[in-house]
Design a protein around this ligand. Structure first.
Ligand code: ATR
Length: 282
């Protein structure tokens, strides 16, 4: 018998996760399946109770349940607990243990793409302060980034995010205008909002006119294939990182947790990008 993995979320029908995990199973020579357990909010409790009866080895959790899942878990690891959200559950000896691989997936995609990056010397600016920013902020802080500033439309959300800093992290909350002016202070800029996402592809949260040559500009939005901010970054001679690697590596880290193996996933990122360029069937 092979592994059984799945995804709890709503809506979840169009998720890329089944395709991604099937690639990992194939690549690792493992038998198994990845199912979508689409769960509307009115039946969450019953669905989770039913899932406890199924021989599932692990499952992912997506919107809108990354926080709501926590009371149903037996344990939550310390990183997920700091972030306050769980996207991966590993079932071990019948116990549900919660992890979060979103932000760590981002960091892994960054070091895979730019292996010369020394995070201990990287000055970071995060644009946005929502759920996606939380995981990335904490993962970069734990990886040793000495400065992680936050620019957000709503300052109070930026302040809430700043509470996730590690002892050694210097962190200020800025307006988007101030961030734009002071952009040359940063080695890594991480765009975490939905601005620029299809269908509003002309949207761009800040101008990059002051970006440092050779800074890395990354956008976690993965549709369109190249967002407006990444186009500008390229034109200004900065290096870019799109959101495809983060999507694949957050999944790879979950797969590694469930199977206790190491997955080298760069080829899956390439395959995923080929699919996105060609059609949208993956
Ligand atoms: P997610 O969980 O995907 O990060 P979220 O929690 O709704 O989504 O957060 C969205 C982020 O995008 C927030 O930082 C939001 O800014 P506010 O905190 O001010 O709401 C930011 N955002 C969304 N649309 C924006 C826009 N048009 N301009 C500036 N910021 C925007």
């Amino acid at each position: 018998m092979g592994y059984l993995f799945g995804l709890v979320g709503y809506p979840a029908k169009h998720s890329k996760s089944p395709w991604i995990h099937e690639q990992f199973l194939k690549k690792q020579g493992e038998q198994g399946a990845y199912r979508i357990f689409e769960t509307s909010p009115d039946v969450l409790k019953d669905k989770l109770q039913a899932l406890k009866m199924v021989e599932v080895d692990g499952f992912n959790v997506t919107v809108p349940y990354k926080e709501e899942i926590i009371p149903y878990l037996d344990e939550v690891d310390s990183y997920a607990s700091s972030v306050g959200a769980v996207n991966t559950v590993h079932v071990q000896d019948g116990k549900w243990i919660g992890y979060n691989t979103d932000g760590k997936g981002y960091v892994r995609s960054l070091v895979e793409e730019y292996p010369d990056t020394n995070l201990n010397k990287t000055r970071v600016l995060i644009l946005g302060a929502g759920g996606a920013a939380r995981g990335i902020y904490r993962a970069l802080a734990e990886a040793g980034a000495p400065v992680i500033d936050i620019a957000n439309r709503t300052a109070s959300r930026g302040e809430a995010l700043r509470k996730l800093r590690c002892e050694s992290t210097e962190s200020s909350v800025l307006s988007l205008e101030k961030a734009e002016e002071g952009l040359s202070n940063y080695d890594l800029i991480v765009q975490t909002t939905s601005v620029g996402m299809t269908p509003d592809e002309s949207g761009q949260i800040i101008s990059l006119r002051n970006v440092k040559h050779n800074a890395i500009v990354s956008d976690i939005v993965y549709k369109p294939f190249e967002t407006s901010i990444l186009k500008e970054a390229k034109n200004r001679g900065a290096r870019v990182l799109n959101g495809h690697g983060m999507l694949i590596y957050q999944a790879a880290l979950a797969f590694e947790q469930w199977t206790e193996t190491f997955v080298e996933a760069n080829d899956i990122v390439t395959k995923f990008e080929q699919q996105l360029k060609g059609d949208t069937t993956c």
